[in-house]
Design a binder for this molecule. Structure first.
Ligand SMILES: NC(=O)c1ccc[n+]([C@@H]2O[C@H](COP(=O)([O-])OP(=O)(O)OC[C@H]3O[C@@H](n4cnc5c(N)ncnc54)[C@H](O)[C@@H]3O)[C@@H](O)[C@H]2O)c1
Length: 430
């Protein structure tokens, strides 16, 4: 929480005043996310029921929980005795018993709308009318998931990032029928779990993945126009990103990343039109899925401790030539950085104009904590302010011929004219 402004801390305090306390939690689904959310609750003093439909998944969830506490013991952040106490507050179950006593439930079953409708139906039948029900969906709309609920005002999105115990951000998503009290309860619960919650409105991709999609689409366009993806990666790493966009996609999994990018792009058909020569789609069609199967943009072999080591892949380079109709082209580091970052900045400004997020600071906080935005640049809007809106507008004019993603927004035009800053235009706490 350090580094947040007094205004944002005040916003959290006001949510705390309106929130209902969550002293007993439940998590539905003991997979990658459910297991992580369970241990995060337990480690922060919130007892939790973890329900799944498969015993082996529950066993896996408990194994994940144990390895998390072992990690804390090794780091001397927890004693063996405390670890045993924490694990004892997790109640794995295949039934809904005890759900009548929970204050909040987080649904983390597989990403399938029909299944989510079914489990919400079951949940509403067993919990109190005022129990908060949250979904950890990554790509479905909150309004769509909650459309058949009896009490949709208590339904909210709590989008955690993987791995949950490590990643500090939670996007709190307010659907059109979610009450303010439910938003405040979710914000306060996330704070109790040691996370930094950022409230966003329900839209395709929410905040972080929507902005990240604009950025990865700029990468796809550079590759289509002949850029060498390794040169793009090195350029963005030189800018300060922990990994370049091709490597990032390999780590996420190209099938997952490509699906997310397609779903979000479909939600903004004008600004994110179909990309004809899409490197993600090509990689996926050739079963190059990234680290998970050892080959994607790069190839991977395990090191002595089993961690994947990345190597250049002649095959990937050759493959990509198929979708470079004008052949290969050299791009300067400066042009690559400008095109990638400008696409991100313009989408970020759209999010602020659309009121998807309340302030420039909250947007930046989400990018710093959710996608590893270079810390020294302070986030997309802080970086934009360091360049100045006039310079942003000039870059937009320079790259506008490449597509609508570089069209300057109304706010960019206005601030270029007045000399104002994005942080003053979108202040915290209003
Ligand atoms: N994996 C990620 O990186 C990530 C990140 C953010 C959000 N999410 C979202 O989190 C949710 C879960 O994803 P995951 O990666 O943990 O999936 P997963 O496949 O690892 O786990 C899903 C679990 O749900 C269980 N399940 C299925 N039907 C159930 C039911 N009726 N009741 C209870 N449990 C049931 C399965 O047995 C499985 O254990 C999805 O909505 C996904 O989009 C995933």
């Amino acid at each position: 929480m350090s580094g947040l402004s007094a205004e944002l801390k005040q916003v959290f305090k006001e949510h705390g005043d309106q929130a209902r306390p969550v002293n007993q939690a439940a998590v539905l689904g003991a997979g990658i996310m459910g297991g992580g959310i369970t241990i995060t609750n337990a480690a922060h003093g919130v007892p939790v029921i973890m329900k799944d439909i498969a015993q082996e998944q529950l066993d896996l969830g408990m194994k994940t929980a144990s390895s998390q506490v072992d990690r804390l013991i090794k780091k001397e952040q927890m004693t063996q005795e405390q670890a045993s106490q924490v694990l004892a507050t997790i109640e794995p179950t295949l039934e809904y018993e005890g759900f009548d006593k929970v204050d909040g439930v987080i649904e983390a079953v597989v990403e399938n709308l029909g299944l989510k409708h079914k489990v919400l139906d079951q949940l509403e039948a067993v919990v109190h009318d005022d129990t908060l029900i949250a979904t950890n969906t990554s790509s479905l709309r909150i309004d769509d998931i909650g459309q058949h609920m009896k009490h949709p005002q208590r339904f909210v999105g709590m989008h955690f990032f993987n791995p949950v115990p490590v990643m500090p951000l939670v996007e709190i998503i307010q659907g059109t029928r979610t009450s303010d009290e439910s938003v405040s309860t979710a914000v306060t619960w996330a704070l109790k779990m040691g996370k930094t919650p950022i409230v966003v409105q329900d839209c395709p991709g929410f905040l972080v993945n929507r902005i990240l999609t604009a950025y990865t689409r700029a990468f796809l366009q550079l590759v289509e126009k002949g850029a060498d993806f390794e040169h793009v990666d090195r350029s963005m790493e030189a800018f300060g990103w922990p990994m370049g966009p091709a490597y990032l996609e390999d780590v996420i999994g190209i099938d997952t990343g490509s699906h997310v990018s397609d779903v979000i792009s479909a939600g903004y058909p004008e600004r994110m039109p179909h990309i004809e020569n899409d490197a993600f789609r090509l990689m996926k069609s050739k079963d190059r899925l990234g680290q998970k199967n050892g080959k994607g943009f790069y190839e991977y072999t395990p090191d002595d401790s089993g961690r994947p080591q990345k190597h250049s892949s002649a095959e990937a380079h050759e493959l990509l030539m198929e979708i470079q109709p004008d052949g290969q082209k050299d791009f300067s580091v400066e042009e690559i950085q400008q095109r990638m970052m400008l696409a991100m900045i313009t989408e970020a400004v759209h999010c602020l104009e659309d009121k998807v997020v309340n302030s420039a600071e909250e947007l930046d906080t989400a990018l710093l904590m959710g996608v590893g935005f270079p810390r020294d640049k302070g986030g997309a809007m802080r970086y934009a302010d360091s360049l100045g809106a006039k310079a942003i507008l000039e870059q937009c004019e320079q790259y506008r011929h490449l597509g609508i993603q570089y069209e300057p927004t109304a706010t960019i035009r206005k601030l270029a004219e007045t000399g104002g800053s994005f942080y003053d235009e979108f202040p915290t706490g209003n």
